[in-house]
Write a protein of this length. Structure first.
Length: 277
């Protein structure tokens, strides 16, 4: 089943690394940053949201972050928030994106926060789904989904059905984890070194959230097994232009599990919230 291929797009060289990305539509850019995990890629995370962005008159740019998808997967470095952020901003500069909305879930949310803090001039607004990077590491490592992911991927025991079991922890309704989804993730998993997760280092940016001055649209599933849902309070307390929707009967992948609701709010954010500023 591992012959299921994701779409190929363009590549951009950043130093010794190559980042793969897909581009759809025209207009001001929305840059989509996926989460971590075995077999993760941009398209796999966001395929249900692309048409919404294009219909809003925007260009959707979906990156495979370093270590994931079709991008470079070095084994001789730590996978830090700074490495992800620097390679993404370098890629945006090379492809001529001077302003964008950052849309990220989990690790991608953490990378988006780092980019917005380091390059506020680049960021028009943010859409965050269960973002990482706002708790101390021990909080994340206590989450059941993270524990299973590290034990099975870093322990090299993850086969096709094991991957299905892990992906089922990302959602509240595991019927969403079908053979096609597992197959497209397994294709990437087979190319991923364990260092992508064993050397992942995401520092907490909770103390810096107040520096985010752009509008933020956020989401969190009540049944998230990877990042604690209570994290939304940190944004609400610190950020001036911030709205979070907390979703019952929903796991870590709000944009997948509640795609219609997510896409409706995303449309309003892109076509009304940002244009009214």
């Amino acid at each position: 089943m591992s012959d299921h291929h994701l779409p190929r797009g363009s590549e951009v060289a950043i130093g010794d690394h190559v980042l793969h990305y897909l581009s759809y539509g025209d207009g001001p850019a929305v840059v989509l940053l996926h989460g971590s995990g075995p077999g993760a890629s941009g398209f796999s995370n966001f395929k249900q949201n692309i048409d919404t962005i294009v219909s809003a008159g925007r260009r959707a740019i979906i990156f495979d972050m370093i270590g994931f998808g079709y991008s470079s997967k070095p084994v001789d470095c730590d996978y830090t928030t700074e490495l992800f952020a620097q390679t993404i901003t370098g890629a945006l500069q090379k492809i001529g994106v001077e302003k964008c909305v950052l849309l990220g879930n989990s690790l991608g949310g953490a990378v988006g926060i780092r980019i917005a803090l380091d390059h506020p001039e680049l960021v028009e607004g943010m859409v965050l789904m269960a973002p990482g990077g706002i708790e101390d590491n021990e909080v994340y490592y206590a989450m059941p989904g993270i524990q299973k992911m590290i034990a099975e991927f870093v322990g090299k025991t993850l086969d096709f059905e094991g991957l299905r079991s892990l992906l089922s922890m990302l959602v509240h309704d595991d019927h969403l984890v079908d053979d096609a989804l597992v197959a497209e993730r397994f294709t990437i998993l087979e190319t991923q070194p364990t260092e992508v997760l064993s050397r992942l280092k995401v520092a907490s940016m909770a103390s810096e959230l107040g520096k985010l001055k752009v509008p933020i649209l956020g989401f969190w599933g009540r049944n998230d097994q990877f990042t604690p849902m209570s994290g939304f309070q940190k944004f609400i307390d610190a950020c001036d232009h911030c709205t979070f929707t907390i979703v019952s009967n929903c796991g870590h992948w709000v944009m997948v599990e509640q795609a219609d609701m997510f896409n409706a709010q995303l449309t309003h954010f892109l076509t009304h919230t940002l244009r009214s500023r």
